[in-house]
Design a protein around this ligand. Structure first.
Ligand code: FES
Length: 122
């Protein structure tokens, strides 16, 4: 069961939630459920307003959840991911640093999610 810790300068303190095993909710859906104010607009990978930085906290090897085509395109436009990082995620399961909260479904591992509170900030 993963612990997901949200941190942001716009939050009074960090908040850790426990995602239910097998849950396929995105980080954005979990944030909304727990009143965590990650900015978002489209909710569908088109606007990049939900940009987050993800740090893996587990001692076990990190797992890269597949990036959606929309997520790859938006992150490339923002220059928040390189072709090498995309290949590393897809071939070697090495997670990229930046994700879109509306596209990223956490796996069974502990992660820290940082967001600035500014749409498109990470
Ligand atoms: Fe638009 Fe995530 S809310 S890309």
């Amino acid at each position: 069961m993963p612990n997901i810790t949200f941190t942001s300068p716009i939050m009074k303190k960090d908040k850790t939630i426990y995602a239910v095993a097998g849950n396929t909710a995105t980080i954005l859906a979990l944030a909304k459920e727990h009143s965590i104010p990650i900015p978002f607009e489209c909710g569908d990978g088109d606007c990049a307003s939900c940009l987050i930085e993800v740090t893996h906290l587990d001692s076990k090897p990190a797992m890269a959840m597949t990036l959606t085509e929309k997520e790859k395109a938006r992150l490339k436009e923002l220059q928040m991911i390189t072709a090498e990082e995309i290949e590393a995620a897809e071939v070697s399961d090495v997670p990229p640093k930046f994700r879109l909260a509306c596209q990223f479904i956490p796996r069974d591992e502990d992660v820290m999610v940082h967001f600035t509170g500014t749409p498109g900030g990470s």
